[in-house]
Design a protein around this ligand. Structure first.
Ligand SMILES: Cc1cc2nc3c(=O)[nH]c(=O)nc-3n(C[C@H](O)[C@H](O)[C@H](O)COP(=O)(O)OP(=O)(O)OC[C@H]3O[C@@H](n4cnc5c(N)ncnc54)[C@H](O)[C@@H]3O)c2cc1C
Length: 465
């Protein structure tokens, strides 16, 4: 099915979220060598939250953020806008190393981080279209419904009680949102809709107001203990923090740390009132499903549907895209899926398509780390759950840099060591076979039956998902 495109359809241009703001031109680059206390590489949510909390904790610190394009060029300016309480990684895996109580604490910290982002945005006057309408997860088909029940049981084990997530009755589900083919749904209050670019651009203004220096158009070519090297000068600092998530594979020495996974999105034209009357979605919940090749969506502030999923999941050799250009078949596939969820949307058209990269560690669990001996640190590998996690990472990096022993510095993702991804072509083959198997598994499950397809389990085994 070919997606109908608006006459002013745009592809890439970083993302739809910059259409109302204008794609920023990079600000001033670094001007020569600089001596600082902390150098932060990357001006997405992770780098900016880290700079924000460090400067708030100790205003005397000289902090320099180095960004190769403009603040918000990466996933932070392109994502689906789920400020979500989901852990970036598996609670079972964190519990294995640090015990179940630590995994539960981690989960609670994620819930709190949502409210922290909402509160700081209000305090700093950042209007990011935030609505805390929660997360609706729908099951389309019996196998997805069985997985949803299993997921709920798992969540209970990790401290999500009835107030944190619950199965909806049929009436409650339909009253919130009409998704074609939905058999059941859970709802959790722990999720807020945001306009991602507004948040990241608001944050960069906030850190600049505090006195943090942000050099844009400044690629870091080498990170070493005590220094971050750029073509315009070197920042010498006791701490150098790598906050480059999906782009980390492009940093010398880190090619196989985190796999740059692509995610793609489309957005419709603003939908008319009669379409909204048939769909519902008055609560502005974030929407996800239980497919292996899963989707994520939001109702935007200007009444469109922004709908995402996997396009071309991975480019050979861990290449990253540049400005979000998206292949035609991905746009078509997302449109087909979107209109299968909401048939009434078929009369609309696609206004914009874009893609971005996120970081996936070999064990699909995120990490935050500062080495006191070298002063080098990093956070990331959020596997697609970075919007809230980056805030927690920023506060945790603050505590680690300042050598504070706190609840955050003892969370189970601190100082985790993860093995590297395999060299090519194994990496490419592994990821592509995983997604191929997921597609086939979804197709088989859609024919009926309550069991998860064995192919999906094989896919998980291949990549350690
Ligand atoms: C399409 C898409 C949808 C997503 N949806 C969601 C969602 O709804 N909810 C959720 O929780 N997560 C989502 N994610 C993931 C989430 O957006 C990311 O995990 C999060 O934004 C990562 O923030 P970051 O600051 O660590 O990285 P980024 O925002 O990617 O920032 C890294 C920055 O580093 C810069 N950089 C890279 N290399 C260098 C260098 N050598 N020198 C200087 N600067 C450099 C980049 O230009 C970039 O600005 C999504 C991701 C994508 C791509």
């Amino acid at each position: 099915m070919s997606a109908p495109l608006s006459p002013d359809f745009r592809n890439g241009e970083v993302s739809f979220w910059y259409r109302s703001l204008g794609v920023p031109r990079p600000g001033e680059p670094l001007k020569g060598d600089v001596q600082a206390d902390v150098a932060v590489v990357g001006a997405g949510y992770t780098g900016l939250w880290t700079a924000y909390y460090l400067k708030k904790a100790d205003p005397s610190l000289r902090i320099v953020v180095l960004e190769k394009e403009f603040a918000g060029f990466g996933a932070s300016g392109r994502n689906g806008g789920w400020l979500t309480g989901a852990l970036a990684g598996s609670a079972d895996r964190y519990a294995k190393t640090h015990g179940p109580e630590a995994a539960r604490r981690f989960q609670r910290s994620m819930f709190e981080a949502i409210d922290e982002v909402v509160a700081v945005a209000a305090e700093e006057g950042i209007d990011a279209d935030i609505v805390k309408g929660g997360l609706l997860t729908v099951a389309r088909g019996p196998a997805q419904a069985a997985r949803l029940r299993e997921e709920l049981a798992g969540q209970r084990q990790w401290g999500w009680d009835e107030d944190d997530v619950r199965l909806l009755s049929r009436d409650e589900m339909d009253g919130r949102l009409q998704v074609a083919g939905a058999l059941s749904a859970t709802w959790s209050p722990h999720c807020a809709r945001i306009q991602p670019a507004k948040l990241v651009r608001g944050l960069v203004e906030a850190v600049r107001r505090l006195g943090v220096e942000v050099a844009e158009g400044t690629p870091v070519t080498e990170i070493a203990p005590g220094r971050a090297v750029t073509p315009y000068g070197t920042v010498t600092a006791a701490h150098v923090l790598r906050c480059t998530e999906g782009f980390t594979a492009t940093i010398p020495g880190h090619h196989r740390d985190w796999l740059p996974m692509n995610s793609s999105m489309i957005v419709t034209e603003p939908l008319p009132a009669d379409v909204w009357a048939s769909i519902g979605w008055d609560g502005r919940e974030l929407l996800g499903d239980m497919a292996h090749y899963y989707m994520y969506a939001q109702r935007t502030a200007d009444d469109r549907i922004a709908f995402g999923g996997r396009g071309r999941p991975y480019l050979y050799g861990s290449r990253v895209d540049d400005r979000g250009h998206t292949h035609g078949w991905t746009v078509d596939a997302l449109w087909e899926l979107l209109t299968s969820f909401f048939p009434a949307v078929a009369a609309s058209r696609v206004a914009h398509a874009w893609s971005g990269v996120l970081g996936v560690p070999r064990d699909w669990c995120s990490t935050v780390h500062v080495d006191p001996a070298t002063g080098l640190g990093w956070a990331g590998g959020y596997t697609g759950h970075g919007v809230t996690t980056a805030n927690l990472a920023g506060r945790t990096l603050r505590d680690l840099v300042l050598r504070r022993d706190t609840d955050l510095s003892r969370l189970p993702w601190v100082d985790r060591r993860v093995r590297s991804w395999e060299p090519e072509p194994l990496r490419w083959l592994g990821v592509h076979s995983m997604y191929r198997l997921y597609r086939i598994a979804d197709a088989r499950e859609s024919r009926g039956g309550t069991r998860t397809s064995a192919l999906a389990k094989i896919a998980d085994m291949i990549t350690g998902h």
